[in-house]
Design a protein around this ligand. Structure first.
Ligand code: ARG
Length: 468
């Protein structure tokens, strides 16, 4: 078996070079430390490419068999951790190709016909991201399920709803849980969109202008599960929109997780004591024996910075980048990999935490009894008695000020006291002043009223396949 002609630099691209690459340059420019993660996609892509080359007479059947067997052997070695990655070969593509040539000789050197690393790296990255979309969509499904289970479990229980972190209106705990079900549902939709848009094969765009060799891009695309091929070779060579779109969706997920984390941190503290996070998900203090700290939500909240940072890295990387491929693009992988690792781990552990979460329903209901939380209901009551809303707002404001001074709540006022604020107030006012009455009256679409939330739980269960 003969190796292809050695070049001055010893590199696979070194024919025109008379000197070897400086060690410092090899160290600075290598991506193998992180892009080895793509090896399975690189090998699957090469096999599909080789099949196509053989079908079009560029490889003989024997060469094809040698290439595919060689690639399988390399894959097994990487799986087992026995493959030796070489930094001087720069990246995963060159490491695999060089090893193939060393194993099978000239047939291996034919594999790169009609493609470039520019379309190859885009292919590997898209295939990787497509799988990550699927994995994240499954994790989003699981966390949504955890919210629906909680909503079902606590259906009918009441808590304060907040605006400006001040008690605003009483709501159902289930309504609060289903708010997150909706948020993560939008993330799921975004991830599905992203997957759909990225699922066009770049292979065969070659360096950036296409190739004169008789290749069949559609055949390779089909073999690799793509919906089709990209339309413009120049766009394809320098396109990383899909990576930005994916990371932006990851950022949105992590932002949603951070909001939930913040609430869990607050709710588990003594001031609120709305929830108990299971011991399994908390840690103690090395000095204060009484402490039980909500480290997991804190860490998830803190990790948002990494994901936002990844998105910023990618956006900055692409800004002002001229067509087509530029080596800058090698910087795309680490932020994406970090976002994937962070978001998938955060989603998985948060779902587990939710499955072990207990709501302190008495304490939550208790918290709705103070703060004149049914003031809006009193204003609505006046509106139904034909008082213009702005006037009603002012009347109720007066009643609230009176309560604050007296140190009582709206339902504690006598009918005579209430009627003093407006002559239209009658005995039936007490129905709207109770917290339960308030919650149950909010039956507008999307509201927290008993019927609406019960319907929403049923719809969510059906949507997730939880009900028969
Ligand atoms: N290691 C490179 C990357 O990840 C592969 C593509 C290199 N292409 C090139 N023309 N130098 O972007």
């Amino acid at each position: 078996m003969t190796e292809p002609k050695k070049s001055g630099s010893g590199k696979m691209w070194g024919g025109r070079f008379s000197e070897g690459t400086a060690a410092s340059v090899e160290a600075f420019s290598a991506s193998i430390q992180y892009d080895s993660r793509l090896y399975k996609y690189d090998i699957a892509g090469s096999k599909a490419h080789a099949d196509m080359l053989a079908d079009h007479g560029i490889l003989t059947r024997d060469e094809l068999t040698a290439i595919k067997d060689g690639l399988t052997a390399i894959e097994q070695e990487i799986d087992q951790g026995t493959f030796v990655f070489r930094r001087e070969l720069e990246d995963i593509h060159m490491n695999i190709e060089k090893s193939l040539v060393e194993r099978i000789g000239p047939a291996g050197a034919k594999l790169h016909s009609g493609r470039s690393r520019n379309d190859q790296v885009a292919l590997d990255f898209k295939m990787y991201l497509r799988d990550q979309c699927d994995i994240l969509m499954a994790l989003l499904h699981d966390i949504r399920k955890a919210f629906v289970v909680l909503a079902r479990k606590y259906l009918g229980h009441i808590m304060p709803g907040y605006t400006h972190m001040q008690r605003a209106q009483p709501v159902q705990i289930a309504h609060h849980m289903l708010a997150y079900y909706e948020m993560f549902g939008r993330d799921l939709g975004r991830m599905a969109d992203c997957r759909k848009r990225l699922n066009l094969s770049p292979l065969g765009c070659a360096a950036m202008a296409g190739t004169g060799l008789p290749i069949d891009r559609e055949q390779v695309a089909k073999a690799l599960g793509f919906d089709g091929v990209t339309a413009n070779s120049m766009d394809t060579s320098g396109d990383r929109d899909y990576a930005i779109e994916f990371t932006s969706t990851c950022t949105m997920i992590q932002l949603h997780l951070s909001r939930l984390s913040e609430e869990l941190v607050l709710w588990s503290g003594q001031e609120f004591h709305f929830v108990d996070i299971s011991d399994k998900f908390c840690t103690g203090s090395s000095i204060m024996p009484q402490k039980k700290n909500p480290d997991i939500p804190e860490l998830i909240r803190g990790k948002s910075g990494r994901v936002v940072g990844s998105l910023m890295t990618l956006i900055t990387l692409m800004k002002g980048l001229p067509l087509t491929y530029n080596r800058d693009l090698q910087e795309d992988k680490e932020p994406v990999f970090d976002a994937v690792d962070t978001v998938s781990a955060s989603l998985a552990i948060m779902a587990e935490l939710l499955e072990n979460l207990t709501f302190n329903t008495e304490r939550m209901a208790e918290a709705t009894r103070t703060g004149c939380m049914t003031a809006t209901d009193l204003a609505d009551y006046l509106v139904l008695k034909n008082v213009p809303f702005r006037e009603a707002h002012a009347i109720v404001g007066g009643a609230v000020a009176y309560c604050l001074k007296k140190g009582c709540e709206l339902p504690d006022l006598t009918l005579a006291e209430l009627a003093g604020f407006s002559p239209v107030i009658g005995k039936d006012v007490y129905e709207v002043l109770s917290v339960e009455g308030s919650v149950n009256s909010r039956i507008s679409t999307g509201g927290t009223g008993g019927v609406r939330v019960a319907e929403a739980v049923v719809a969510a269960e059906k949507n997730l396949g939880l009900s028969q």
